[in-house]
Write a protein that binds this ligand. Structure first.
Ligand SMILES: [Zn+2]
Ligand SMILES: [Zn+2]
Length: 312
């Protein structure tokens, strides 16, 4: 019965809530779907990425999706954007009366407009069938906000409400450019979301003193074991893919170094790749992490939640 609490109250209960909607990578599986994080505070329902399968978890958690107000994209790999159409259509159907604001790096306009076009016919069907009062047309089309960082080494405040501040900063997920991480500051608390990236000095700088660092990390060790097996069977394409992905992500030990250097309190690992068949493998995934970072280490799981109280 744990998911049956009325979640409307959390919109304005004076706390900041975080829900991991998807903690896997591009290949979703029964344990972990693709990336998505919900943050609810100060009456705002915010998503950071909305990868395939992640939006469904928002409804499974009974989050007040009709109040979905803002989406921030880190970059436009399919595992981070695939559920945008569902998020927009479903939240509108559930009673959202204002358009969602969508922020992202350059390219966000193209991506969002593509989804708008794909859903244009259905948007018309819904309005015609239920009427404009039930399905307000003005709420169906998101407001697109392209974020173009003025100085690549600085973070930029791009959203602010009642002391909830959200900053975008540049990460390195080359050749995907630009790509962002996000820093959330709220009443003395700091939460950082890395997006997909390698470790850079800029990332360390903008992660500084985070209470919670939600960091991507894929297991190079496990991928390389798969590569060895794939080589034996002559699966060249598989070998190349599993090798290529390692040059634009961190591995758990690197995420631990990031957490250590940035004096983070709690490290939450997400973007779990390769998929883990069972929980025992989490120990293998996190091998060596404790030796580097002595704060709290959490292996992210879908539907995991965190709650922060105001510090000031
Ligand atoms: Zn990704
Ligand atoms: Zn990516």
């Amino acid at each position: 019965m744990k998911n049956l609490i009325s979640q409307d109250k959390i919109l304005k209960d004076g706390k900041l809530h975080i829900f991991l909607l998807g903690t896997g990578g591009p290949m979703g599986n029964e344990l972990r779907v693709s990336p998505g994080i919900a943050v609810i505070a100060e009456g705002e329902f915010i998503l950071f990425d909305v990868g395939p399968g992640s939006y469904r978890n928002a409804n499974i958690l009974r989050l007040p999706t009709e109040s979905l107000s803002v989406i921030f994209f880190t970059h436009f790999h399919s595992d981070h954007i695939g559920d945008l159409g569902e998020a927009n259509m479903d939240s509108w159907g559930r009673g959202r009366t204002k358009p969602i604001q969508i922020y992202g790096p350059k390219g966000v306009e193209k991506v969002v407009n593509g989804f708008i076009m794909a859903y244009e016919l259905d948007t018309g069907y819904r309005i015609a069938h239920h009427n404009e009062e039930i399905m307000p047309p003005e709420a169906s089309i998101p407001i697109i906000k392209t974020v173009d960082l003025k100085a690549p080494e600085d973070r930029e405040l791009i959203f602010e409400k009642n002391g909830l501040e959200i900053y975008a900063f540049e990460v390195d997920h080359s050749p995907i450019k630009p790509a962002f991480g996000y820093r959330i500051e709220w009443k003395g608390n700091i939460v950082v979301i890395t997006g997909d990236t390698v470790k850079t000095a800029n990332l360390v700088k903008h992660t500084q003193n985070a209470d919670i660092l939600i960091s991507e990390a894929i297991s190079f060790d496990m991928l390389n074991n798969l590569v060895k097996g794939a080589k034996r069977f002559g699966l060249d394409r598989f070998v190349k893919l599993l090798t290529d992905v390692q040059d634009y992500h961190m591995e758990p030990k690197i995420a631990a170094e990031l957490a250590k250097e940035a004096a983070v309190k709690k490290l939450v690992i997400v973007h779990i790749v390769p998929p883990l068949a069972n929980e025992k493998l989490e120990k293998v995934y996190l091998k060596g992490v404790e030796e580097i970072f002595d704060g709290e280490i959490i292996m992210g799981k879908d539907c995991m939640k965190f709650k922060l109280e105001p510090k000031n």
